[in-house]
Design a binder for this molecule. Structure first.
Ligand SMILES: Cc1cc2nc3c(=O)[nH]c(=O)nc-3n(C[C@H](O)[C@H](O)[C@H](O)COP(=O)(O)OP(=O)(O)OC[C@H]3O[C@@H](n4cnc5c(N)ncnc54)[C@H](O)[C@@H]3O)c2cc1C
Length: 322
């Protein structure tokens, strides 16, 4: 049972999650008895494409001609065509906004059972039995996929990236997809320059409504710069226009899994934790000692974020100066 994995890239480079997905797909393929084909859509150079061999892909299909930007119909058609081309019966995608948009469409198109937010390699391959998160990660369910084809979306940071030392054949892939038939088209793209991609950042400094005002964000940004991290926020903060929506993490925002997540003035509602609870280490600063964020945090400071932040920054600067 071969596995197709849909990789994601940005600015011509694979996102870190792509290596996790390919590593995971390799283990699933070993269990099911088959090979891994990786699909890359968009402009990625040959050397970068071939790196996927090191994580377990034996074939990389490169649909170079970027379709009409973010149209999910077009992406769905290309991925379905790639499934047919390589004869895969299992498809692996990331459980992020992209995967959540594409997987249900592909499930209908391919008549494939879908297990979303899986957290581990299947227990068995015939039928496929997998563990997945439910209730925004508050519980886990074991599901059995009984259809001929199966789709798995992998929760980020659930599987260790493994380098195999293998090599992959890179093949141009030109699926017969009518890009012009897309329901939407991109009119303009404005790129954020010099900013670390939130979903790839190892360190994320995040602020919630407890930061009181958008005027108080300078120390959040300063700390992120100091720790070479990215900035994030809770949903009300972006809803109120204090920060861009691209920074909002959680159930309806970005799902992230950095090594360090620092939450300043964030209550820790279940919908927020759904997007950040896979972080390796969570540090929370909140004035309310009973705030739910402290249940999820590895380290907590009961205190005013507006006072703690400058102190933290000056301590880090002092430690670095020594
Ligand atoms: C369907 C649905 C989906 C949702 N999706 C998301 C999502 O994706 N992401 C998300 O974040 N939310 C989401 N929410 C909203 C979520 O339920 C919470 O309302 C939200 O996360 C709260 O944001 P907050 O913690 O910043 O604000 P608040 O709930 O207002 O909490 C502010 C916190 O700051 C503390 N505080 C106050 N002053 C200070 C200070 N000076 N220093 C330190 N701490 C201070 C307070 O004690 C409090 O804990 C969703 C809600 C629904 C219904």
């Amino acid at each position: 049972m071969s596995v197709l994995v849909y990789t994601e890239n940005w600015d011509g480079k694979f996102k870190k999650l792509s290596y996790e997905l390919v590593s995971y797909a390799k283990t699933v393929a070993a269990l099911a008895g088959g090979d891994v084909t990786a699909l890359s859509i968009g402009s990625v150079d040959q050397d970068e494409l071939s790196t996927l061999g090191n994580y377990g892909a034996s074939l990389v299909l490169s649909a170079d001609a970027a379709p009409s930007g973010l149209d999910n119909q077009v992406y769905t058609s290309i991925i379905a065509a790639a499934m047919e081309k390589c004869g895969a019966r299992i498809l692996v995608l990331a459980h992020n906004n992209t995967g959540k948009a594409l997987a249900p469409r592909l499930s209908v198109k391919l008549k494939a059972g879908l297990a979303a937010a899986v957290i581990a390699v299947p227990e068995s391959a015939g039928p496929l039995v997998v563990n997945k998160k439910v209730y925004s990660g508050k519980a886990f369910a074991k599901v059995e996929i009984l259809t001929d084809k199966a789709i798995l979306t992998l929760s980020q940071n659930s599987f260790e990236i493994c380098e195999t030392g293998g090599t992959a054949t890179v093949e141009a892939f030109d699926p017969d997809v009518d890009v012009a038939a897309a329901a939407t088209s991109i009119q303009d793209v404005q790129k954020q320059e010099g900013k670390l991609l939130l979903s790839d950042a190892d360190v994320v400094i995040s602020g919630g409504r407890g930061m009181k005002s958008p005027d108080n964000w300078a120390p959040i940004e300063e700390l992120a710069t100091l720790l070479e991290g990215a900035t994030a926020c809770s949903r009300p903060v972006s809803d109120e226009g204090w920060r861009p929506h691209s920074e909002h993490t959680g159930q309806t925002g970005k799902i992230i899994a950095p090594n360090l997540y620092m939450a300043f003035g964030i209550s820790g509602a279940i919908q927020h934790l759904a997007g950040v609870s896979s972080s390796k280490c969570i540090v929370a600063v909140n004035t309310d000692k009973d705030a739910p964020i402290f249940e999820a945090a590895d380290y907590g400071i009961v205190g005013d974020a507006l006072k703690v932040l400058p102190e933290l920054i000056s301590e880090i600067r002092a430690a670095r100066a020594q």
